[in-house]
Write a protein that binds this ligand. Sequence first.
Ligand code: 3PG
Ligand code: MG
Length: 389
Amino acid sequence: MNTLDQIDIRNQRVLIRTDLNVPIQDGTVTSDARIQAALPTIRQAMDSGAAVLVMSHLGRPTEGAPEAEFSLAPVAARLTELLGCPVELVQDWIDGVEIAPGEVKLLENVRFLKGEKANDEALAARIAALCDVFVMDAFAAAHRAHASTEGLARRLPAYAGRTMQAELEALEKALTTPKRPVMAVVGGAKVSSKIDLLANLVKKVDTLVIGGGMANTFLAAKGVDVGKSLCEHDLADTARMIMAAAEKAGCEIVQPADAVVAKEFKAGADNETVALDAIPADGMILDVGPASIAKVNEKIDQAATLVWNGPLGAFEIAPFDKATVAAAQHAAERTKQGKLNSVAGGGDTVAALNHANAGSAFSYVSTAGGAFLEWLEGKELPGVKALEA
Ligand code: 3PG
Ligand code: MG
């Protein structure tokens, strides 16, 4: 894969595809992690004397016409602050953009264009005409074979940006060539959304901790009465299949040893910690208890590598954030001591780690949601594959 180290981009028009699909509330960016991650590549391209066009999608607008709700304007404002120079947002850019070397401009949401999501060849050709060099830095959108990701990489001299490089290096170090023992923590609500991920991970890791609502499906499959807990009873066979695959591969699955149950799903709900054979018929498991936390932390102590995706309990509502916070902080501590390579990503995970004040201590926190999951599923990401070609 070619990187910015392989090319002199002075006086070249460089188009950088980033993932600036960030949360926005009332016109303000509420988490700028993805904008921060885009800075090194943008800065390097500007400093190298390139004319820099930054491209991204935002949300899922109806294609064909701009919609104010999905404008990148708040992102342009934040990018201006972070770069310390004005970043103009270009509305109508498809027919050409005036830009000088050393300058940077942000192109309005590429998903406003018809053909972007269908990876339309004619659209990709028109975008390609805007620049000399394509830099793909949107790892978080690399699972999409869109015109601005896969399409451009195929038709222009294409290079991986710094975030793309960092994401792939971190993931490969954690799962392709990990220091062992390697463990994974997988949580979240549903088994159904993570079947491929679990099936791939049991072949790769030594220990797999299953938490969150999806652990209930595994407990039920083993005959535990989980009361009114979130549980996909129809996936009992799938859970048993994953457990059998784990056993065959020599992967130890760590399931909850006790449960924190409540009668309602709400912050501060009355709750009790019970053994697995004592879950009340009208109770819901909202977190794992101290015995489970001790077990997870013991596994973290034994591990050299940790891959984390998904919370262990309903971390959004206190006090059911306890296990997630305790384990995340323990992993952060081991990482600070230099004993653990910890990589996290995907959906709620980053929010959960930040809630625990643990994210910044992890070795690497991915900017990606769906792309991180697909990578863990062992799938080829089209936006990465096109760079390798
Ligand atoms: C994400 O947030 O997962 C990426 O930006 C991709 O967005 P999408 O799921 O709308 O393609
Ligand atoms: Mg997504």
